[in-house]
Design a protein around this ligand. Structure first.
Ligand code: FES
Ligand code: FES
Length: 180
């Protein structure tokens, strides 16, 4: 007979909100996020670690939530697809997925968006090979992938342009050098 698991308190930050609940000590992160954490955007596909649908960011790193014990990520910052937008503004990859047909049935979409947001955070100007490597763990049966790659390239352009605008409007550290 398998011994009963203990009930433990589990705390983390989900999409920038402190979260605490009681879980079975062997609970899987995907179940906690969907059943208690309010993230129905985190999808259950294969439940075996092969499709990428359930990907979330744990302290900024993509992780398959179907293969992660909640206990392993106790106290971490978890970002699901619901946490990618900034206020009412979509993340650039969310905009371009809609524009370029990166999402069709949409089931795989949350996992792709999460993985690509991490890629663009680390490397705002990835080349095609880097894009393909980043998404190789995510399966899509609808798009044929080209629309997804095109969406990443377009999101990258938006992010690079935003960075240029930000740089050009940033105040100089000393607007009157030499004048004391
Ligand atoms: S549901 Fe986690 S990888 Fe498929
Ligand atoms: S959009 Fe349908 S599986 Fe990817």
């Amino acid at each position: 007979m398998v011994p009963a698991s203990d009930e433990v308190t589990w705390t983390s930050t989900i999409n920038d909100v402190d979260f605490s609940t009681t879980i079975e000590s062997n609970s899987i992160l995907l179940d906690i996020l969907r059943n208690k954490g309010g993230s129905l955007g985190t999808k259950r596909g294969c439940d075996l670690g092969t499709c990428g649908c359930c990907t979330v960011l744990v302290d900024g790193i993509p992780k398959l939530s179907c293969l992660t014990l909640a206990k392993e990520v106790e106290g971490c910052e978890i970002t699901t697809v619901e946490g990618l937008s900034i206020g009412h503004h979509l993340h650039p990859i969310q905009e371009t997925f809609a524009e370029y047909g990166g999402s069709q049935c949409g089931f795989c979409t949350p996992g792709f968006l999460v993985v690509i947001s991490a890629l663009l955070d680390e490397n705002p100007k990835p080349n095609e090979s880097q894009i393909k490597t980043a998404i190789e763990g995510n399966l899509c049966r609808c798009t044929g992938y080209q629309q997804i790659v095109d969406s990443v390239k377009a999101a990258s352009e938006i992010m690079v342009n935003n960075m240029k605008i930000k740089d050009s409007t940033a105040p100089q550290s000393d607007p009157h050098p030499g004048f004391k």
